[in-house]
Write a protein that binds this ligand. Structure first.
Ligand SMILES: Cc1cc2nc3c(=O)[nH]c(=O)nc-3n(C[C@H](O)[C@H](O)[C@H](O)COP(=O)(O)OP(=O)(O)OC[C@H]3O[C@@H](n4cnc5c(N)ncnc54)[C@H](O)[C@@H]3O)c2cc1C
Length: 438
C-alpha cells in the first residue's frame, strides 16, 4: 500500500475548509470575501450539508414571528435566495417561516462559490490531517483521484462530525454524559401527488396539530407502531404541484454517525421506517390518499456526534443565564431542541425562549492541543445539552463565518489563530453585519 505521506499536492491555499454544510459555507464565504485563497472540500456531490442532503429546509422555524433576527452571512444568503427563488414554490399558509428548496439551494450555492472564486472539490473527503509538532498544515483527501494533499496555512473543520480534529488528535466527547447516546439520526422523505388545496385548507383552519392528532390516536390505540415513540411529524413546503418537500419522522436510535457500520445500519433501518410512515400517512391522512413516495433524502441526517474539546466549553448554564463573553463571536437565542436519544419521548427537550440570548465565545472554536486548526458548526466545544442549541443551522453558519474571519485576522496579523486580536476580530464581524451584543 502506498504511503499517504507521498500523496501528491493537489492544491496550496491560505485556508482549507473541510465540509460544505452551513458552517463550511459561512467559513468559506467569509474567508474568500476577505481576499483569502480558499479550498472547500465536500464529500458529497453538492453543498448545503443537512439542508440539502437531509431535506432540512425550514432552518429558522422557531424564530418565526419573533423580533430576534439572525445576522451575518445566513441573513445575506436568505435574502439573496429569496430574491431569486421567492418562497421556493411553497403555498403553505399556516407557518410563514422561510423554507429553502434543497434543490434550488444546491444551484444557488454553486453560483455563490463561483462568484467568490472558491476552489471547490466535491466528491472528496478529508481523510487525514497533515500535522507536525501539533501544527496543522493541510489535509489528505480521498476521492476518485486517489489520495491527494491540500495544503493550507489554516484548516477549518466544518465536517459536522469533527472528522479533521479527531484525525489530528484533538480530544472530543460524544453523546450525553450518562450513556454516550446522541440524538437520533433521521431519514427524511418527500412525497408527491398530495391534494394541496385540501391539505392547505386543513393547515389554515386547524393547523398541523390536526395531522399530529391522527398520528397520536393511532400510536395510542396501538394500530400504528413505528418502533419508537415520536408524536409529531413536521413537514415542509407544500406546492401547487402536490409535493410535500419533506416529512421529518423516520428516526433511528443509538446510531453513531462517525461509525460506518452504524451509518449503513441507520440508512437501511431509516428507509424501512420511511416506507412504514409513508403507508401510514397515505392510509390515514385526508388529502394524502393518492400520494406517492417521490424521494428519500440522499443521506441520513444527524444532529450531533463529536464535540471537540476546546479552550472553552459552552454549557447550558451559560445559555440559561444569558452569559455574554469578552470574546463573543455570535449571539443566539435560548433555544434547545434535543430529540429523545432513546426513542421514548420522555427525554425530549424543546425550549423556545427567544427573549433570552447568549454569546458564543471564540474559544469554543479553538481546539486544545492543535495549532492552526479552527472548528465550526455543530461539533464546536460544548456540553451535550448546549449543543442542542448551537446546532441550529443559522448558529452553525455564524460560527463558520467567525472562523473564516478569524483565519483572515490571523494571516493579517501573522499570528496563530489562538492569538488573534479579539477586538479586531469582533470589529471585522460587526462591520460585516454580525450582531455581537443583545
Ligand atoms: C432531520 C433533521 C432536522 C433538523 N432540523 C433542524 C431545524 O429545523 N433547524 C435547524 O436549525 N437545525 C436543524 N437540524 C440540525 C442541523 O441540520 C445541523 O445541526 C446543521 O446542519 C449542522 O451544520 P454543520 O455545517 O455543522 O454540519 P452538516 O450540516 O452536517 O454539514 C457537514 C458537511 O460536511 C460534509 N462532510 C462530512 N465529513 C466530511 C469529510 N470528512 N470530508 C469532507 N466533507 C465532509 C458533509 O457532507 C456535509 O456537507 C436538523 C437536523 C436533522 C438531521
Amino acid at each position: 500500500m502506498k504511503n499517504l505521506k507521498n500523496a501528491p499536492v493537489r492544491k496550496k491555499v491560505d485556508v482549507v475548509v473541510c465540509g460544505g454544510g452551513p458552517a463550511g459555507i459561512g467559513a468559506a464565504l467569509s474567508a474568500a470575501d476577505k481576499g483569502l485563497e480558499v479550498a472547500l472540500i465536500e464529500s458529497r456531490g453538492f453543498l448545503g450539508g443537512n439542508i440539502t442532503a437531509s431535506y432540512v429546509e425550514t432552518c429558522n422555524h422557531y424564530l418565526w414571528d419573533h423580533p430576534f433576527e439572525v445576522t451575518g452571512i445566513y441573513k445575506e444568503i436568505e435574502n439573496e435566495y429569496k430574491k431569486e427563488f421567492k418562497k421556493s414554490d411553497d403555498i403553505r399558509s399556516d407557518l410563514r417561516a422561510h423554507r429553502f428548496s434543497s434543490e434550488y439551494l444546491k444551484i444557488f450555492l454553486d453560483e455563490k462559490i463561483k462568484q467568490n472564486n472558491i476552489w471547490l472539490r466535491l466528491h472528496t473527503s478529508a481523510a487525514e490531517a497533515i500535522i507536525e509538532d501539533n501544527q496543522m498544515s493541510g489535509i489528505i483527501t480521498h476521492s476518485k483521484s486517489g489520495f491527494e494533499k491540500i495544503l493550507g496555512k489554516i484548516v477549518i473543520d466544518c465536517t459536522g462530525d469533527g472528522d479533521v480534529a479527531a484525525r489530528a488528535g484533538v480530544p472530543f466527547e460524544k453523546g450525553r454524559d450518562c450513556d454516550g447516546l446522541t440524538q437520533p439520526g433521521t431519514v427524511n422523505f418527500r412525497i408527491a401527488g398530495v391534494d394541496s388545496k385540501k391539505v392547505n385548507q386543513i393547515l389554515e383552519e386547524e393547523g398541523i396539530e390536526y395531522f399530529y392528532e391522527i398520528l397520536r390516536e393511532k400510536l395510542n390505540d396501538g394500530s400504528f407502531d413505528p418502533g419508537f415513540r415520536r408524536i409529531v411529524f413536521p413537514f415542509g413546503r407544500l406546492t401547487e404541484g402536490g409535493q410535500i418537500s419533506y416529512i421529518n419522522y423516520s428516526n433511528v436510535y443509538k446510531i453513531d454517525s462517525t461509525n460506518a457500520d452504524d451509518l449503513t445500519k441507520g440508512e437501511m433501518m431509516g428507509r424501512e421506517r420511511v416506507l412504514k410512515m409513508f403507508n401510514f400517512i397515505k392510509e390515514n391522512m385526508p388529502g394524502f390518499e393518492n400520494c406517492e413516495l417521490s424521494s428519500i433524502a440522499p443521506a441520513i441526517g444527524f444532529r450531533d456526534s463529536r464535540r471537540i474539546s476546546g479552550q472553552y466549553k459552552l454549557t447550558e448554564e451559560d445559555i440559561d443565564e444569558e452569559r455574554m463573553f469578552s470574546d463573543n463571536i455570535a449571539i443566539f437565542p435560548r433555544f434547545y431542541d434535543m430529540l429523545s436519544p432513546t426513542g421514548t419521548w420522555d427525554d425530549h427537550i424543546y425550549i423556545v425562549d427567544l427573549d433570552k440570548q447568549y454569546g458564543i465565545p471564540y474559544r469554543c472554536l479553538l481546539p486544545v492541543d492543535v495549532e492552526q486548526l479552527l472548528v465550526a458548526g455543530r461539533c464546536i466545544s460544548s456540553t451535550h445539552k448546549a449543543e442542542s442549541s448551537i446546532r441550529a443551522i443559522s448558529a452553525c453558519m455564524a460560527t463558520g463565518q467567525a472562523a473564516g474571519t478569524a483565519a483572515f485576522r490571523a494571516l493579517e496579523e501573522n499570528c496563530r489563530v489562538k492569538n488573534v486580536d479579539i477586538n479586531k476580530l469582533q470589529t471585522e464581524l460587526k462591520n460585516d453585519g454580525v450582531q455581537l451584543e443583545k
